[in-house]
Structures are given as C-alpha cells and as structure tokens.
Design a protein around this ligand. Sequence first.
Ligand code: V47
Length: 373
Amino acid sequence: MTDVGTLRLRDPALGSVAEKVLAGERLDRDEGLLLATTDDLLGVGRMANMIRERLHGDTTYYNINRHLNPTNVCVASCKLCAFYVPWRDRDRGWTYSVDQAVEIAARDVDESVSELHIVGGLHPKLLVAYYEELFRALKQRFPWIHLKALTMVELDFIAKASRLPLEETIERLRDAGLDSCPGGGAEIFNEDVRSQICDHKTDGKRWLEIARTVHEVGLKSNCTMLYGHVESAADRVDHLLALRELQDETGGFQCLIPLAFHPQNTELDHLPPTAGNLDLQTMAVSRLVLDNVPHLKAYWIMLGEKIAQVALHFGANDLDGTILDERITRAAGGSAGAGMARRRLERLITEAGRTPVLRDTLYRPIEEASVLA
Ligand code: V47
C-alpha cells in the first residue's frame, strides 16, 4: 500500500495521478488509461470519491420523473438495442397520436412529477410538426412540467426527415416547449466500435456537433457513454475526452450517465452483462476524467439498486428518478424497470450514507412543501 496525502493506493503506478487529483489538476489521456486499466479498483474509487465530495459533499440528487416513448418504430436497427421494431412491424410496433401520448402521460403524471423524459425510435413519418404538437399539448395539460426530450440522434433524424436545417428544427421544438435534451445515443464515439454496435446511426462527430448546436440555442443537455460491449478502455477514455473538449467550449452538459450494456434480446446477446467491477471503475474514471461536467448519474435502472448505491462512493452524485414505466432497459433484459417510490429512492441514498436532495431537471433543489407525493 502507498499513501499519497489522504489517498490509499494498492497500485503504486497511480501515485502521480493521485498527486494531480489532490492538487485539482486535469488528467491527460495516459492517466485516464491508467485509471481505466489498473486492478486497483478501490484506489481509483477513493480518488473519484474525493472529487465527488469536493463538488457535492454528501448531497445525492434524485427526481420525480416519468418516461414517455411515443414510438418504438425505428429505421436505425442498432445491434445494441432490443427496444426498437422495424418500420411496418404491425404486431410489435406502437406509434402514439398526440392525443394518445398525452393520455398515456396523464395516467402517471400529477403535480409531484417535475420531468417528462421523452425518447423514441426514428420513425420516418414523425416530423417536426408532430413533436411541436406533442410538446404544446403536454405543456398545456401539465404546465409545470419540464420536457427533457429527444436525443441528438433523434434531432438529427427529425431535421433531415423534415428537410429543415438543424438549428431551425431545435429552435422550433424549443419554442413549442422543449426544455432540455437527454444524453442518449452517444454510445461510444469510436467509429470502428460504432460500426459494430450501431452502424446506421448518427456518427460520433455529428453527435457532438448537434450537442454543440443544442447548447448554442440555449438548451442544456446530458451526455451518456454505453460501456461493456465491444469497446476497449482506450475507447472509453477517448469518449470522455471528446465530451470534455466540447464541454470546455459550451458548458452545456449538466450530467454524464454511464450506461451499462444489457445484451439480452439484442443482436449482441452473445456478450455477457457487465461485471460490477467494470460498472464501478467506469463510474470512477468518468468522474476523474470528465472534470468539467458537474453531475454524474448512477442510473439505477441499468445498474441495479445495489451497484447504484455503491456507485455513490465511486464518483456518482445522482440516481435519476422514480420513472414508473421504463421500456428500453426492460426490453434488453433489465429487471429494475418498474419504477420506484420516492421514499424508497431516498432510503437507498441514506442507506448508502449520503444525503438525498430532490431536484428538478436543472439540478435546482425542490422545496419539500411543494411536493405532494
Ligand atoms: O440511447 C439502448 C442506451 C439509451 C441498450 O439524459 C442501451 O437523463 C444498455 O440515454 N443496454 C437511452 N443501454 C437511455 C438514456 C438515458 C437514460 C436515463 C437518463 C438519461 C438522461 C438518459 O440507452 C440509448 C442507448 O444508449 N441503450 N439499448 C441496451 N441494450
């Protein structure tokens, strides 16, 4: 064991990285790679925890949210995905009219719900006018709600299908009620990896360009990294560095969500699910390398409750929300998809020795008195 300041390390090679972490200095690619490949999981975790506590103390955010998937029809056919059905598969596909989508949302939304997370497939008939109408109708029915909707991949597709410039598409959607964007679709930016897991999707460079445009138009967004499939440790570090570079420019990312790959029912079902060590080390490396994105989410739906709790000591400071009806992970064999009561989510956080703080989508604490649930 080596001690660097208050940091206890089993791998002495981590010593110089630990010194930089203690001094609050930015890490480079080689250092990121060392963190991602060492077998000193606890050493990496201690460093990430130090940064997490410097930024947020014990505070752990969660929110009261609902998911809405207007369609599962998708022309992209990504190998990583078990959620989509091909265009014209009438048995398994759903596409909600605006009225249907609002009624489905209304089943589960009351005034305690602060966020609707809206994502879906790339449906060739759902153009910008559909989403404008949907957002306006949702805002009219639930005026208090924040609409976090449409990944960079969906925005790219909607703009092209509607034959509109990207910026104009985003501005129209913003004017119709879009408040921010979720982080999905980033996967791993490396093109060779993308060709194996999502070959017809918006490429990595374009994903970043669209995020830049979203930020320029004045909206915040999240970002994700899908790990535990065919990518290497270097691919993960490069992905984080690309996000870091854009964040230096725009400051528009609020939160990173590392997404644990679920292989079941996908074309990659020969791969094993992620190991707990990889989940925790990826969380910690994300916190250490992506030093300019304020929040790091342990998405309990994908990690499971127990790993998500432990992740609160490996860099994470957010668990996401109550959700109720999650379909993307469930389609891929995830077992945690039924949603969680608010009190239970709070208990997960306190059991982990952290302090729960109810937040809105922009990470502003919500006063207890204003919540009915
Ligand atoms: O874009 C798809 C991923 C994403 C699988 O921004 C899969 O607050 C694992 O982005 N195994 C959607 N992952 C989820 C997402 C998200 C979730 C929660 C919060 C936020 C946020 C964003 O899920 C997709 C894709 O990257 N995904 N299939 C799968 N088999």
